[in-house]
Unconditional design. Sequence first.
Length: 319
Amino acid sequence: MATQLFPGKSQVPDSFVSPDHPLYNPDVKKYSFDPQAAAQMLQDVGWVDSDNNPSTPRVASGVAGVADGTPFEFDYLVPAEGEKPQAAQILKDSLAQCGIRVNVRTESTDQLFAPGPDSPIFGREFAMAQFAWVTSLQPPCDLYTSGQIPGPYPDYPQGWGGANVSGYSNPEYDRLFQQMKDMANGPERQAIIDRMVAIVRRDAPWVFGFHPKNFSLQHSWLKNVKPNLMANNSLKYLRIDAAAREAARVRWNRPDWRGPIVAVLIMVLGVRIPVCDITYQTDGGLFYWAGGLPAILHQDRAAVTGLIEPRPVEEGCVR
């Protein structure tokens, strides 16, 4: 998905900590794309390919809490804007290889993220949904805590604006978050975050899609530039190094008089550049030389390329 949507501009995530983050653990187990292994895992837990037809979904056979014969099929809510429908199609095609049928439903962002219980997302009325959170400099560990589950206040501390729309709740994860959140960065905090990442990867309430990258260009004399998606009022923090900007202007805008001088000399001195047209006869046809630039008139490439003993047929020079 990452390579198809953003070639060279995205990374495949293995956890909720970005690979560019200082707290990312490079030793985290990498996800691999292996539809055959996934299909076997589904088969082992009771989702069987009863008709040996890869175009139809698997059905339940002895799956706890699921009636036998229930197809593995669900709706996938996706915002209709940007690259999101294409990302959904890629996911749909990938899951189909494992025998899972996905019905993509696109809706406007306003509809999906409407406030309150009427929202398909915050009201948690979905089987699977696609969206992204913009995070700060800290890893987004809080997104998976029980306190972030949306719902009516005060039973749910964040009200209907809670970020944990999956409803995921793990007491051990919550405890580790409370222990870690006010700690300074260091080996102990890193170890706790690594444990939290392992818990979320094991329970898999979320499927990590891609980490998009944004690229920007700026002048070296523009200071205090920190590109991010969290702050829209960063203009007041920018600083211009006026001396460096002026030096750059002088260096970039230095005039080059060579062209105009040559043009003036030609006009004043009456210099006329000779142009010669020579036509050669070869065994393969005519080879025409116009003003120093060869052109094949009617060609036999092998003969012209060889050009054995060309014989001038017509020659004329204009001065």
